[in-house]
Write a protein that binds this ligand. Structure first.
Ligand code: GLP
Length: 241
């Protein structure tokens, strides 16, 4: 594990964007695994700035997103599909047909998980997976469990996650209770993993995941075993280690 210690959120975002831009420049048709949440927004903003300056070209990049809420249509403002369009895809020259996100309203949930797994395997190895971390140490929506789940699956969101995510919804009862998420094998198979963490509210999760035992109760802890894992965290997120 490599740790990049950033001063603050903006510095963390620039550091993560640097790694991603190097990937896109070195391999213009790379496969990027992408994440949602407030942690990577600054990273996307930085990449958009470099694209606008003419320094980055996403026309051949292919992407696969980590997760999506079950029950939300891609036009729903809180869906992760909407998030990705507004924070990144609509603002760079990526081909929408090269982007992939689980479908929150698929009628057959098991079939949707299988479809998404075929999408991931069809893309080959992910070149780089970008991650955030949940307050309970989860990655994607891989909630605390008795085992690490390999492929795409439907999860029941824990109370901690519902509480953390309710800030994006008008009412707590509007927060979906289930989500689709890429599994741990999908994430671990990426050639390179970069996780961004910012703020003191992530300090416990960072400590538990990267400085504690490897356990499915803290799904991010598996990254300690990844051969090319970079934690890009600001001082506040690293304040407990
Ligand atoms: C959700 C997402 C994760 C994200 C986490 C933290 O649980 N599924 O991918 O890392 O939220 O989000 P934030 O960065 O907003 O704290």
């Amino acid at each position: 594990m490599k740790i990049i210690r950033a001063k603050d959120y903006n510095h963390m975002s620039r550091q993560a964007a640097n790694i991603i831009s190097a990937q896109v420049i070195l391999k213009p048709d790379c496969v990027l695994g992408l994440a949602t949440g407030s942690s990577p927004i600054g990273t996307y903003e930085q990449l958009i700035k470099w694209y606008e300056k003419g320094d980055l070209d996403f026309s051949q990049v292919r992407t696969v997103n980590l997760d999506e809420y079950v029950g939300l249509d891609s036009s729903h403002e809180q869906s992760y599909a909407y998030f990705m369009r507004s924070h990144f895809f609509d603002r760079v020259n990526i081909d929408p047909s090269n982007t992939n996100i689980p479908c929150g309203i698929a009628p057959d949930e098991a079939a949707e998980c299988q479809r998404y797994d075929s999408v991931i395997s069809g893309l080959g190895k992910l070149d780089l997976q970008l991650l955030g971390i949940g307050p309970n140490g989860h990655i994607g929506f891989n909630e605390p469990d008795t085992c690490f789940t390999k492929g795409t699956h439907k999860v029941a969101l824990t109370e901690t996650t519902i509480q953390a995510n309710k800030r994006f919804f008008q009412r707590e009862e509007d927060v979906p209770r289930f989500a689709y998420t890429m599994g741990i094998c999908d994430i671990m198979n990426a050639r390179r993993v970069v996780l961004v963490a910012s703020g003191v509210e992530k300090a416990d999760a960072v400590k538990a995941a990267f400085f504690g035992p490897i356990t499915p109760l803290v799904s991010g802890s598996i990254l300690q075993l990844h051969p090319d894992f970079t934690l890009v965290a600001d001082e506040a997120a690293l304040s407990k280690v």
